[in-house]
Design a protein around this ligand. Structure first.
Ligand code: SF4
Ligand code: SF4
Length: 301
């Protein structure tokens, strides 16, 4: 018989660093386009798995020694390679016991209809604005889980002020996958509260001032993630040489939106992104480093 213990043991064996199982009732009230029951109507629970990103990949960015390894081994490798192999193996375990497994990787480049945010890690994102439901009571495709809601439901963590999910063991240095299933598994309690105490360290660390009390401005982040700030060691004196707003941009004082951010993207071409579609992180994820150090000092990790 398939049990929560077997699932957790297999997930750890296949490479997860933490596992939790969230009862499907935790998703009542979420929008249709985020609802796991719209993917699997008989779903009983959602299995959540955490993959850590090694701390040193962040430190070498902070010390301005290496940037490419973080992008390629963190976001790119975990989401594009490791997570997929992991999910397919886990699906096999669940299906072999006669249950369904709807595997959910991080959909990095799509946004549900009406979601005008972006993912700074990717060359660009696409809003599914032309998608239509096949019937009035059906959701508009694609259904994309809200990973923050799912992580909380599975007892794994919750988003902080930065918008990034903070976990008790690894802070924000993590990636996630989920599996929606009809297997009758014992569930964990949802994550209570949040590790974030709204200290503002992430806000102060961001060279592009992309984080505020309202959360992360993803278009502002996308510009500075790509290296628009002075702290980018790959920038030359020629960068934006004739732009009257050069200093405002380099100081993180100019505000960007979807149009102005996209207009600047071609000039923010400091390290290759073409082989994978993942943009090298040139802000060094300063927000997450500040958050990790704060949580560590506060004894919350
Ligand atoms: S740095 Fe502070 S405010 Fe920002 S997410 Fe972490 S705990 Fe919250
Ligand atoms: S530090 Fe980097 S990843 Fe964090 S909000 Fe600022 S630009 Fe985005």
């Amino acid at each position: 018989m398939l049990t929560a213990e077997i699932i957790k043991q297999k997930a750890l064996e296949y490479g997860a660093d933490a596992v939790g199982i969230g009862d499907i009732s935790n998703f009542y009230g979420v929008p249709q386009q985020r609802d796991p029951r719209q993917i699997l109507p008989d779903a009983t629970c959602v299995i959540g798995c955490v993959f850590r990103i090694p701390r040193e990949l962040y430190r070498v960015m902070r010390d301005q020694k290496q940037f490419y390894n973080y992008t390629m081994l963190g976001p790119k490798y975990i989401d594009e390679d490791f997570a997929e192999i992991f999910l397919l193996k886990m699906a096999g375990v669940i299906e072999d016991e006669g249950y369904d497994a709807c595997v959910q990787r991080n959909i990095v480049n799509l946004r549900i209809q009406g979601d005008h945010s972006t993912n700074p890690e990717i060359v660009d994102t696409y809003e599914l604005k032309y998608a239509e439901a096949i019937a009035p009571d059906k959701p508009v495709p694609d259904i994309i889980l809200d990973f923050g809601v799912a992580a909380r439901a599975c007892g794994l963590g919750a988003p902080g002020m930065s918008g990034h999910i903070l976990t008790p063991k690894f802070g924000p240095f993590v990636r996630f996958v989920f599996i929606v299933t009809d297997a009758p598994l014992a569930c964990d309690k949802p994550f209570e509260g949040c590790l974030c105490d709204r200290c503002g360290k992430c806000q102060g660390a961001c060279p592009g001032h992309a984080i505020s009390e309202r959360g992360e401005d993803t278009w502002q982040c996308a510009v500075y993630y790509r290296g628009a700030a002075r702290s980018n060691p790959f920038m030359t004196d020629d960068f934006l040489k004739d732009d009257p707003e050069r200093d405002a941009i380099l100081d993180g004082k100019k505000r960007f939106n979807r149009e102005t951010a996209r207009a600047l993207y071609p000039k923010l071409d400091f390290l290759p992104s073409r082989p994978t579609g993942y943009v090298p992180c040139l802000c060094g994820r300063a927000c997450d480093i500040a958050c990790f150090e704060h949580l560590k000092e506060a004894g919350r990790l």
